[in-house]
Design a protein around this ligand. Structure first.
Ligand code: ATP
Ligand code: MG
Length: 325
């Protein structure tokens, strides 16, 4: 028997014995198995590549979906916000018209008094002239009116300023570092943005608890609250009740949003966070609000807990850990 040692395997020049034949057969089988394995690995590799591609395209789609949900939400909000801004602008405009009219009265009063003083009458006559003119031009009323018009105007301007600030934080792109967030402020902003939708439809009661700042994305949490409150508002009947409370429980910030609306069936409960699941008519809901909110709360290591019975309203609790700070 000839044998040679070659690269770790035994080489036979000629198949001479049963043993050698068996060895060669086994070697051939092993080769086939290896080939098969290699083919399978290649297939797996290719399948894996395809999956990776599909996954990254899904991520892209998801990003687009999130953005378009934001744009859709913004579209709905824009109409309301335009109305919200228009309201204070309306009375600021009319207040200024009254202020201008009042200013003309004051000018006339001063001109009148100028005339009296120019006559150089006695102090007695001057005093009478002054008192009469005060009554004639209704100066006391003008001044008190001025005060309330100015206060109202400032309030209106502050309202507009607040709406613009809330919108800015809603639109803000936040891919960078988390920053300290006051969850109460975030909720306040969401309520301001939605005010126009809720005020004609539901009664909103809010109780703010003492909360520590947590690292997070203001705009994203803002959007979560907007989605949940908008859902509650859509679920309640005319004059429904939405109760919101924030509190700190065992190292978790909880934002509880409770409504006395239609509630959620057991079957729907299972699909609540599935993208595009909606029970609302076309054009009213895209079914993305909760799935997007879920993702955003997860980015804060938090969770959304839902409790509901059909016909008995729903409670959505956003829980955010403070310890992540
Ligand atoms: N507070 C609630 N009360 C009753 N049902 C709710 C409530 N919140 C959500 N739902 C149910 O969950 C579904 C999914 O909600 P989600 O916010 O994801 O989508 P949507 O409100 O239908 O549409 P979108 O938010 O994209 O405009 C709703 O269609 C509704 O059936
Ligand atoms: Mg929704």
């Amino acid at each position: 028997m000839q044998s040679a040692y070659n690269a770790g395997e035994v080489m036979f020049a000629m198949p001479e014995t049963d043993y050698e034949k068996a060895y060669l057969r086994e070697k051939e089988l092993r080769k086939q198995a290896e080939q098969l394995l290699e083919d399978r690995s290649r297939e797996l590799f290719l399948a894996n590549e395809q999956l990776k591609e599909a996954n990254s395209s899904l991520h892209e789609q998801q990003k687009i979906a999130v953005q378009s949900e934001k744009m859709a939400a913004l579209g709905v909000l824009a109409a309301g916000v335009a109305h919200e801004i228009n309201n204070p602008l309306g009375y600021i405009y009319s207040n200024f018209s009254s202020l201008v009219e009042g200013l003309q009265d004051i000018q006339r009063f001063l001109h009148h008094m100028d005339g009296i003083i120019a006559q150089g009458d006695s102090l007695e006559l001057l005093r009478d002239g002054w008192r009469n003119a005060l009554l004639q031009f209704d100066i006391a009323y003008l001044l008190s009116d001025y005060q309330s018009l100015a206060m109202e105007t400032i309030e209106g301007l502050e309202r507009v300023k607040q709406i613009v600030a809330d919108l800015k934080s809603f639109i803000r792109q936040e891919d960078g570092e988390k920053a300290p967030v006051d969850v109460n402020d975030c909720l306040r902003g969401a309520l301001n943005i939605l005010n126009n939708q809720t005020k004609y439809h539901a009664q909103v009661e809010v109780e703010y608890g003492d909360l520590p700042l947590i690292p997070g994305y203001f705009g994203k949490l803002n959007q979560v609250f907007i989605n949940l409150i908008a859902n509650a508002n859509q679920a309640v009947p005319e004059n429904g009740l939405i109760r919101i409370a924030t509190r700190l429980v065992d190292g978790w910030i909880e934002v509880v949003i409770r409504d006395n609306g239609c509630g959620i069936s057991e079957e729907n409960m299972r699909q609540l966070f599935t993208p595009f699941f909606t029970t609302k008519p076309v054009g009213e809901g895209t079914g993305l609000g909760l799935s997007i909110s879920h993702g955003m709360v997860q980015e804060h290591d938090g969770e959304i807990v839902v409790e509901s019975q059909p016909g008995e309203g729903a409670t959505f609790t956003v829980r955010l850990p403070v310890s992540a700070a």
